[in-house]
Ligand binder design. Structure first.
Ligand code: SF4
Length: 369
């Protein structure tokens, strides 16, 4: 890597290496000015020091149990109001049956379950659902419900977040996915059509969960109307919370898919960002989080296997999952497939990495040498 003595990246990398605080301006500088190859090289060195050549993946399925939603975000092509012919809500029996099919074929270890914010569903719907899943599949970790769904349940039940989270945990919830973080800035969320306080709400639900010992994930959705400073503030908010409880298991930066969304129809976003932006976000998140949040997940789902491989070179150390049955991305018109775990193993070995299969809690269950 070519760095001269006056290069600001020297200071930034020294801070990353020693746990110093990388500033908002420095993060924006990496977004706006630093050569992508330089970022990638530095990020991979940092990752090598954490997990070496190992890259984890999980055999998982994503189950979108309802598409009825009363939030109606401008970037979402998945939701229905409940009046359309294709609006749906699955019963617990239908969910278990669906899981049964995939589990018998693929040995699922993680169920990512989330849907719209459906105003008709009470807390009992979820507790009953989780109990039935855990009764039949005790080895599957339930990674469930977005912060919007959890907050809505608390409001509907007129109870506290803590009580809702405790009930969900008692019935089988293991972890909470990071969806819904988008970009925390209220200005950006206004354009995205999310409630302006929903960024704070996301952080509040996560902080409550972390304080109770429930682990979660974090995400950032980039490539819409945000700028480098919005991204910097987002990363720093996650880092600040992480330093309190170390409750985030992983961070995934993923790019916005504009197809069939209101943002596209209104002409606010006309194209998806390219691979350079995807890799830049992976590398910067590694440099900013480094050992504080050691797992950076690549997002192959919308970018394909080859970009998944490139993401590993740019500092990611988790592939994510096989992702059977996901319905939100296909709603944007973007064709995605499922991956057999053999494909992931081959893709990782093909770039000189050691694939390790993990469970929902990131415990390694098998190494593929
Ligand atoms: S992103 Fe989630 S909360 Fe927003 S409209 Fe879609 S389903 Fe509803």
């Amino acid at each position: 890597m070519m760095l001269n003595v006056s290069d600001p990246m020297i200071d930034i990398l020294e801070k990353a290496r020693t746990g110093g605080e990388i500033s908002r301006d420095e993060i924006a500088f990496m977004y706006n000015e630093v050569d992508i190859k330089k970022l990638g090289y530095a990020a991979r060195i940092l990752t090598d020091k954490i997990t070496g050549r190992q890259v984890s993946f999980v055999s998982n399925m994503i189950l979108n149990y309802t598409n009825i939603c009363n939030v109606r975000c401008n970037f979402c092509a998945f939701y229905r109001t409940g009046n359309e012919e294709d609006s749906y809500t699955m019963t617990a029996e239908q969910v278990v049956e669906r899981l049964r099919q995939f589990h018998s074929a693929y040995g699922i270890r993680q169920l990512l379950i989330q849907g719209g914010v459906n105003p008709d569903l009470p807390l009992e719907y979820y507790t009953d659902l989780f109990r039935k899943i855990k009764r039949e599949f005790p080895e599957i970790g339930i990674n469930g419900l977005s912060t919007s769904e959890i907050s809505f349940i608390a409001r509907k039940e007129k109870t506290s977040l803590r009580d809702v989270l405790e009930s969900l945990r008692e019935s089988g919830l293991e972890t909470i996915p990071g969806a819904g973080a988008e970009i925390f800035s209220a200005d950006v969320r206004k354009v995205l059509g999310r409630p302006v306080n929903s960024g704070e709400q996301w952080l509040n639900v996560m902080e409550t969960a972390h304080s109770m010992g429930i682990k979660t994930s974090a995400t950032m959705m980039f490539g819409h109307v945000e700028n480098a400073y919005h991204r910097a503030d987002h990363l720093l908010s996650i880092l600040e919370l992480q330093k309190k409880y170390h409750g985030f298991l992983s961070f995934t930066p993923w790019n916005f898919e504009p197809g069939n969304t209101k943002l596209e129809r209104d002409g606010l976003v006309n194209r998806r960002v390219g691979g350079e932006e995807v890799l830049r976000n992976i590398a910067i998140s590694r440099i900013v989080f480094n050992r504080e949040l050691p797992i950076i997940q690549s997002s192959w789902l919308t970018n394909g296997v080859e970009m998944g491989q490139m993401s590993i070179y740019f500092g990611a150390n988790d592939w994510g999952g096989t992702i059977y049955d996901e319905k939100v991305i296909p709603a944007t018109g973007k064709m995605v497939g499922n991956l057999r775990k053999e494909t992931i193993i081959r893709a990782l070995k093909g770039i000189g990495m050691v694939p390790v299969e993990r469970d929902n809690a990131y415990k390694i269950i098998k190494t593929y040498v």
